[in-house]
Design a protein around this ligand. Structure first.
Ligand SMILES: Nc1ncnc2c1ncn2[C@@H]1O[C@H](COP(=O)(O)OP(=O)(O)OP(=O)(O)O)[C@@H](O)[C@H]1O
Ligand SMILES: [Mg+2]
Length: 254
């Protein structure tokens, strides 16, 4: 029995095709979120159907994410909090806290002993603790976000980024570059700065281990390391952290 999960994020739209009987994830993919939400989702559906050789309609489709209300053809419209939770529990049934850092916001979700959402906090007001900060950094350094982790791993000096706002941080980075500070040290300082913002965000909620780090930013291994050091806690990461909420949407879809 196949179910579909779609996560329409501010940066990327993701699809998961999930077999509810075998509990297997059969297909996943993502593309940049397009201006036309419906067209973007339909392209992903076409891709998934072709890959799995499906030529019938699948009626059980759960949609979540920032753009979820703009897609009209779903059987369930689901909150991001419940989808991240279901997707993370699929991989790690024992977790107590979820950190999702996406392109535009960051969310901390705590779970009770039954795996149900106990509390959550969301930052969607400030880009400093989100993937947007990494995108700006990559743009300034003339590289791709996927290259930031390897770059930061070469860092040899611990620099502190003073600006707490991405707009001011951008000027600070330009200043660092013109003072010939190595790009790797700049990227490491950005990673540490994001980690500090997440720690501050977590200070208003009671959280405990085990912790899972999900969302596109968890693809960045150096970011995982910096966040783990700042929180003084081990972090679990799903095998494909981009698609966790889409997986949760497929699992919860009715
Ligand atoms: N290959 C990659 N390597 C490292 N980081 C990446 C990679 N691809 C994306 N990212 C990071 O992930 C972020 C996007 O994450 P994600 O797809 O979870 O966001 P979203 O769900 O669209 O946004 P939101 O949840 O805020 O609406 C980008 O801003 C970037 O920082
Ligand atoms: Mg997201």
């Amino acid at each position: 029995m196949l179910k579909i999960g779609i996560d329409i994020g501010s940066r990327n739209t993701k699809i998961v095709i999930y077999n509810a009987q075998s509990k297997r994830l059969e297909f996943s993919a993502f593309h940049t979120t397009e201006l036309s939400i419906t067209e973007g989702v339909n392209n992903l559906l076409k891709e998934g159907f072709a890959a799995l050789n499906i030529n019938r309609k699948i009626n059980t489709l759960g949609v979540t994410g920032y753009g979820r209300k703009l897609y009209r053809d779903a059987s369930s419209v689901l909150s991001e909090i419940s989808c991240h939770t279901a997707g993370c529990l699929y991989y790690f049934p024992e977790i107590k806290t979820i950190i999702d850092i996406g392109g535009q916001d960051s969310k901390i979700i705590t779970l009770n002993e039954n795996g149900k959402v106990a509390d959550f906090v969301m930052n969607d007001k400030c880009a400093a603790g989100t993937g947007r900060f990494l995108e700006m950094t990559a743009l300034r350094l003339g590289c791709n976000v996927s290259e930031l982790s390897l770059l930061a791993e070469k860092s040899t000096q611990d620099l502190t980024l003073n600006s707490t706002c991405v707009v001011f941080a951008e000027s600070e980075i330009i200043g660092m570059l013109s003072s010939s500070i190595p790009p790797e040290d700049i990227v490491r300082s950005v990673h540490r700065s994001i980690a500090k913002r997440i720690l501050a965000q977590m200070s208003v909620i009671v959280w405990e281990q085990p912790l899972v780090f999900t969302g596109g930013v968890a693809l960045n291994k150096d970011m995982v390391k910096c966040l783990s050091e700042t929180l003084n806690s081990q972090l679990l990461t799903p095998p494909d952290p981009e698609i966790t909420a889409a997986l949760g949407a497929a699992i919860l879809a009715k």
